[in-house]
Design a protein around this ligand. Structure first.
Ligand SMILES: [Zn+2]
Length: 317
């Protein structure tokens, strides 16, 4: 009898709404998520991935503090608790480092001070779910290739401008990492001579002349603390010129169709874009080979979606 059905037994609208809300919550509780984690040189971003979209996107800055897997595990535990302990199938972590994905070890991260660090097993023990590792720029470049500014390009270079500087060349949608899988280290290329005063400082990798010592996020943080007004303006112009030189080197070496820029520094693009483009043009020998320079519109989401997709795909391997 219809009289006995849920919706036809004299419930008020408020009762009906409460039931709807409860049913929806129960359905949501049944949805299992993948945990997307993106560890940068000065922050940890984390989100839930349901196979289609991100939710609960969160960012925690740790600045220049030294962090380890236990600290990250505690942070993730607190976030999950605050989100009502949603069911998690597995997690993928993007780290600013070369990664031995098979053995789930961070091989070396100059920015985090980790060497042969078993991050995946530390997190797996704490969270009690499978945890996969991947180089952060690789996760983001794949998403940029499929959904972002690299879409429909057969040959582009993705560059992340954050605390560190890293890159990936994407050829027909696939990352080209070179003979030893190390082709992501633009930040530690010694492109600048001692005539550039910033390049004389030792990089976090203990070498001078690295790209990161001139255009890395720490240089910007120091400059913004130190300078105001016109001096700040001059810093950004110089920053753009130095970045333009780096892009010109990339162009001369790889002749890409596009260069896609992403990372926290891009939030200040209006301050350095024109000097960057002018320097790229000035320093590139073959003007016909100038690539399109595009800024990512995915921003932080590129790394998190990449981690979410990696966790989802690795679970099926
Ligand atoms: Zn370096």
């Amino acid at each position: 009898m219809r009289k006995n059905t849920t919706w036809d037994c004299g419930r008020s609208t408020a009762d009906g709404f409460a039931l709807f809300e409860r049913t929806l919550w129960q359905a949501m509780r049944k949805t299992a998520y993948w945990l997307a984690i993106d560890i940068g040189g000065s922050s940890v971003k984390v989100a839930l991935w349901d196979g289609h979209r991100l939710s609960r996107v969160d960012r925690t800055e740790f600045g220049s503090a030294i962090v380890d897997g236990d600290w990250i595990a505690r942070l993730l535990g607190l976030k999950l608790q605050a989100w009502g302990d949603p069911p998690i199938r597995s997690a993928a972590v993007g780290v600013p480092s070369l990664v031995d994905a098979k053995h789930r070890v961070v091989v070396e991260s100059a920015n985090l001070g980790w060497r042969n660090y078993p991050l995946a097993s530390v997190l797996r023990k704490a969270l009690r779910i499978p945890v996969y590792l991947e180089t952060d720029v690789l996760l983001a470049a794949r998403v940029e290739s499929a959904l972002g500014a690299g879409r429909n390009s057969t040959d582009f270079v993705y560059i992340n401008l954050g605390t560190g500087v890293s890159h990936v060349r994407m050829l027909r949608g696939e990352p080209q990492l070179g003979a030893h899988g190390l082709g992501t280290n633009l930040g530690h290329a010694p492109l600048f001579s001692g005539r550039n005063r910033r390049a004389r400082k030792l990089c976090r990798c203990d070498r001078p002349y690295c790209v990161e010592t001139v255009i890395g996020g720490r240089v910007i943080a120091t400059a913004l603390r130190r300078w105001r007004g016109g001096e700040r303006h001059r810093f950004w112009r110089e920053y753009g010129e130095n970045l333009g030189i780096v892009l010109s080197c990339v162009t001369s070496l790889l002749d890409p169709e596009r260069i896609v820029l992403n990372g926290g520094v891009c939030a200040s693009r209006t301050l350095f874009e024109s000097s960057m483009r002018a320097a790229l043009q000035r320093h590139t020998a073959h003007q016909g080979a100038l690539p399109k320079i595009l800024f990512s519109r995915l921003g932080d989401a590129a790394g998190l979606v990449g981690a979410g997709l990696a966790a989802q795909q690795r679970a099926h391997e």
